[in-house]
Design a protein around this ligand. Structure first.
Ligand code: WT7
Length: 645
């Protein structure tokens, strides 16, 4: 490992940083040695509470009982908006940049406050009460933040569904969270194309008896189907809404939101986050990981439909009184220079994106970057999947001109916020490594037998104690929470990722160790895609694995066995792709479908995915032991007809 490059801490960044190498070490040690005192201090520092908490923390990894600051009272919208009015009411809270480069909008904290209060009153008028679940299915329009914050103002629990999910996926999520209310738009714009939002809602709603009211934001203005009893125009309801709405007093442990994410088995899980711990953890990580200072223009390119959009586009930055940029479009529209043009236009200082975007832009060549100045940039960030050193170096040297440290942030929907990451003024960088744990986080490397490994080691990444941003339960299924995260490695939170720790204690995330794949930073369960494929009448069986993909990180490789007498065809291939798109969404469409007369199985009938992964990655020299297969000849056929050679 001695050939790994190290980028030292930059003196100019360290000189101004909130956290330096010395303070990181001291504060980290204290956060581990005296967690209660440490977190209590931070909670005082970062949040406004209307009543102090009882116990700082009360957690048990056996029963999945996770509580922070219980008894403490606060309101998220007050912390993210109201409390900034006195000092920064006229500061821009949100810069919205349209898909169309000619469109943008600025919303000050005072304007945001009015929008939030008005929409909170609209929700109340429609019958939304504290604890009710409100589904949000929105494109990246400027109203999105106010809609989320309005929910928090009255104690409603939002469940955001990514606009790229299909009507079918939307339906599953509405039903699972038993949502009576939904907020959507007529349509969205993305990369010069139209996204049918309301039409998907209409289709989903037809199968959701629980859904009573749909509030529709007029965005493109195209005609939409209208259901008189159910649908309400946002602009009409807002016109008469009062801008005065007292904030609901919430307990630190009251639910804040549900966000669905894929696991290795079954349907997506509704990850539940609560109020106090989550807000503290996102605000604190936002400030320290990006070394955020007052006046900085901060841009996270994530969609609100993903946890990054929740934690680092909305809640963390607004809690810190930042100016946060919301971008409606895509990195390559109108051309591959769009990100950098937006950076210059709005003088962005901190830029946070995903490796898949970096790789896609890198493939387009440096000219698109060099057309822009990017001199406002100070800190770069990466999230969502492992960043390969080549992409890291390009990001650092070409985008950042070698001036801006790259924060490779490792975390998950379940963790609420960043757990393993560099800090700009405190931690030297190694391209491809997420480096060291954030305050209060104790990661461990474990072997397959459940033993903790010391020193330089590779294995399964687990976390040995709770942190305030940790998810609290799987909505409606606490047992699933316990079984998924705490059962197999008692006493630890199981991340699902593999990792290596080097001799300097730096962590290198090696990817998922379960049947979860990461396609362009979108997390998917292979089981979900398989379930969609076998819905087709001609499909007998399907097995889906990931394989290395230059741009997407992982591509989707499906092995499909057809029913006896059915011949493979291009038409059938297209039907299967369309079926997956319909069931899950365009993001899940298989890159490769290989017709397989049989799948490799053990004698007890279990599909040997290890072999399928190797064949998909063209690593046929290292298939490993195949002697336990029921029919070894199946493997020969699969190898012969593999797509990647
Ligand atoms: C999975 C979580 C974290 C918000 C976006 C994704 C992978 C995430 C990194 C990173 C290596 C990473 C992991 C993790 N992942 N960030 N910096 N380096 N891998 O959230 O959809 O819940 O996915 O994304 O495999 O388990 P998510």
């Amino acid at each position: 490992m001695s050939d790994v490059k190290i980028y030292d801490i930059k003196p100019d960044i360290a000189a101004n940083a909130h956290i330096t190498a010395e303070t990181y070490k001291a504060l980290y040690q204290r956060s581990i040695a005296e967690p209660e005192a440490f977190w209590a201090e931070q909670a005082e520092l970062f949040l406004d509470w209307s009543k102090p908490w009882g116990k700082v923390t009360d957690c048990d990894f056996k029963t999945g009982h996770i509580r922070w600051f219980e008894g403490g009272k606060l309101n998220v919208s007050v912390n993210c908006v109201d409390r900034h009015l006195a000092t920064r009411g006229d500061q821009v809270a949100i810069i919205w940049e349209g898909d169309n480069p000619a469109q943008d909008k600025k919303i000050t904290y005072r304007q945001l406050h009015e929008q939030v209060c008005k929409f909170a009153n609209v929700l109340k008028a429609q019958g939304v009460k504290k604890g009710d679940r409100v589904c949000i299915y929105l494109p990246m329009i400027s109203e999105a933040a106010a809609v989320m914050l309005a929910c928090t103002r009255i104690g409603a629990v939002h469940s955001i569904v990514f606009g790229g999910f299909s009507a079918e996926s939307l339906k599953d999520r509405i039903l699972d969270a038993d949502c009576r209310f939904l907020v959507c738009a007529d349509e969205g714009h993305r990369g010069g194309k139209i996204v049918p939002i309301k039409a998907n809602v209409d289709e989903a709603a037809a199968a959701c008896p629980c859904l009573e009211k749909v509030i529709v934001i007029k965005n493109t203005g195209s005609p939409v189907n209208w259901h008189e009893q159910r649908d309400v125009w946002y602009h009409e309801a807002m016109a008469s809404a009062s801008p005065d709405c007292p904030a609901e007093v919430m307990d630190a442990e009251d639910p804040l939101f549900i966000l669905y994410t894929s696991g290795s088995t079954g349907k997506p899980k509704g990850v539940l986050h609560t109020t106090g711990g989550y807000l503290l953890y996102t605000a604190m990580t936002h400030k320290y990981v990006f070394d955020y200072h007052d006046g900085d223009i901060y841009w996270c390119t994530a969609d609100i439909g993903w946890v990054t959009g929740h934690s680092y586009m909305i809640y963390g930055p607004l809690c810190n009184g930042a100016t946060t940029l919301i971008f409606e479009g895509v990195p390559t529209y109108p051309d591959a220079g769009r990100f950098w043009q937006v950076v210059d236009k709005h003088q962005v200082n901190i830029f946070y994106t995903a490796p898949t975007a970096i790789r896609a832009l890198m493939a387009q060549g440096d000219e698109f970057v060099e057309r822009s100045s990017r001199s406002s940039l100070r800190i770069l960030g990466s999230v969502g999947e492992p960043i390969n050193p080549e992409a890291w170096e390009w990001y650092y040297h070409v985008v950042g001109d070698g001036r801006c440290p790259v924060m490779d942030t490792w975390w998950q929907t379940e963790t609420g916020g960043i757990l393993i990451t560099p800090l700009p003024g405190a931690i030297a960088l190694k391209p491809g490594s997420a480096t060291l744990p954030f305050f209060g986080i104790k990661p461990e490397i474990m072997d397959n037998e459940g033993r903790i490994r010391e020193g330089a080691a590779e294995g399964i990444l687990v976390i040995s104690r709770s942190w305030p941003g940790q998810m609290r339960t799987v909505y409606g299924d606490h047992q699933r929470f316990v079984d998924t995260y705490f059962k197999n490695y008692p006493g630890y939170y199981f991340t699902g990722d593999g990792a290596r720790r080097d001799e300097d204690g730096y962590f290198w995330i090696t990817g998922r160790v379960d049947d979860v794949i990461n396609v362009s930073g979108h997390r998917m369960g292979t089981a979900e895609i398989e379930s969609a494929l076998v819905l087709h009448e001609h499909v007998a069986e399907a097995a889906v694995v990931g394989y290395p993909h230059d741009i997407k990180g992982q591509g989707i490789y499906a092995y499909v066995t057809l029913n006896v007498g059915i011949e493979p065809s291009e038409e059938l291939r297209q039907e299967l792709i369309d079926l997956v798109k319909k069931e899950i969404g365009p993001i899940a469409h298989p890159d490769i479908i290989q017709w397989a007369p049989g799948l490799p199985k053990t004698r007890s009938g279990k599909i040997m995915r290890r072999i399928l992964r190797k064949v998909a990655s063209n690593e046929i020299g290292t298939l490993g032991d195949t002697s336990t297969l029921a029919d070894p000849s199946v493997v020969e056929d699969i190898i012969e007809h593999r797509a990647n050679k």
